[in-house]
Write a protein that binds this ligand. Structure first.
Ligand code: ZN
Length: 344
């Protein structure tokens, strides 16, 4: 909404400038010339503000992939509550602000100037991510409880994340309990994504099988929580033989149309405003310390790298309507975002 308004104002200013000679003289004292001057001033202020924080909205964004948050991990994908708390504390300390996968892929990352977006994603809809107690409050040490607890300690750290749901539905078996959980997530600002019904490897599957797997869980999520997932995470990170099948399809009278499809590995993601952004294959990073095969390609290693390479990292200018970046990075801008560009 805000975006549309701002583009409208921008266009009006351009029209006003171009039409100066032929337009009838405005009747009131505050004419089009004043408006144009004001717009110019606003743009100059925006450029100065973007330069001040070294905004780089063409930089990379870490999309972190979590699974279970449990006391006694059984796989390297699991995090303990203490580890997850430490992961979030580090992000807050490094100036990151969480955005949802839906906000990321649609370029609506509304975060303060000078901060960096991070996308927190949770796969497989396990009870360790969200379980509500007898009065509908998340139980201690679930992922959502920890996220809200850390956010309360760090003002500005948004307690938002994306949950990639399968038929496991956070361990809930009745439609009423499933609806309670999904609606709680929705009402508390969390994002619900598609992870296929049966967590199947889509590689080599027929179009019909792919549509059945994605469409049926979309149908269930829609019926329970009136939500249409904006993104999908591919089980095992495997794409179907035609990668578009994961983005768009139909099952009966339910269609799905994802603005982004996420993989499982193993680098930071390109900015949605950058030419390198591929909405059909967005990389994610496993949440893991610098150990074994995670020495280079998991969250601790990549967060260190982004910190040491600020020119590669996405830094916001604080204005969700513009795409701000140092002028010399212009060749990296996706042409569809030209009207929002703020090169300084
Ligand atoms: Zn999974």
């Amino acid at each position: 909404m805000r975006l549309r308004v701002s583009i409208g104002v921008g266009l009006a200013a351009v029209v006003a400038l171009a039409g100066c000679g032929s337009d009838p003289v405005p009747k009131s004292g505050t004419g089009k010339a004043d408006t144009a001057a004001q717009t110019k001033q606003t743009r100059a202020a925006k450029l100065a503000a973007a330069a001040k924080v070294k905004a780089n909205e063409l930089g990379q964004v870490p999309v972190l992939m979590f699974h279970r948050v449990i006391r006694n991990p059984t796989t390297t994908d699991d995090r303990t509550p203490e580890q997850f708390r430490a992961d979030l504390e580090r992000l807050a300390r490094d100036g990151y602000v969480p955005v949802t996968a839906a906000e990321f892929v649609t370029g609506k990352m509304d975060i303060p100037a000078g901060t960096h977006p991070v996308v927190l994603t949770f796969d497989d809809s396990s009870p360790s991510q969200v379980t509500l107690d007898e009065v509908g409050v998340p139980k201690a040490d679930t992922a959502v409880a920890i996220l809200r607890e850390v956010a309360a300690r760090h003002p500005g750290f948004r307690p938002v994340a994306t949950f990639y749901v399968t038929r496991d539905m956070f361990g809930k078996t009745t439609p009423e309990e499933q609806a309670q959980t999904l609606l709680w997530l929705k009402q508390n600002g969390f994002d619900i994504g598609n992870h296929t019904r049966d967590h199947v490897n889509l590689r080599g599957k027929s179009k019909q099988e792919v549509e059945e797997q994605i469409g049926s869980i979309a149908q269930q999520i829609g019926a329970l929580a009136y939500v249409k997932p904006v993104t999908l995470a591919l089980p095992y990170g495997n794409q179907p033989s035609h990668k578009e099948w994961a983005a768009r399809g139909k099952l009966g009278n339910v269609s799905y149309d994802h603005s982004g499809v996420f993989l499982a590995g193993y680098t930071p993601a390109a900015s949605p405003f950058s030419r390198s952004f591929d909405p059909l294959g967005i990389p994610r990073i496993r949440a893991m310390d610098k150990k074994g095969d995670c020495a280079q390609f998991c969250s601790t290693a990549w967060l260190d790298w982004l910190k040491n390479n600020p020119d590669m990292r996405y830094t916001s200018d604080g204005d969700v309507t513009t795409v701000a970046f140092p002028k010399f990075k212009d060749p990296f801008l996706r042409t569809t975002y030209k009207t929002r560009a703020l090169p300084y």
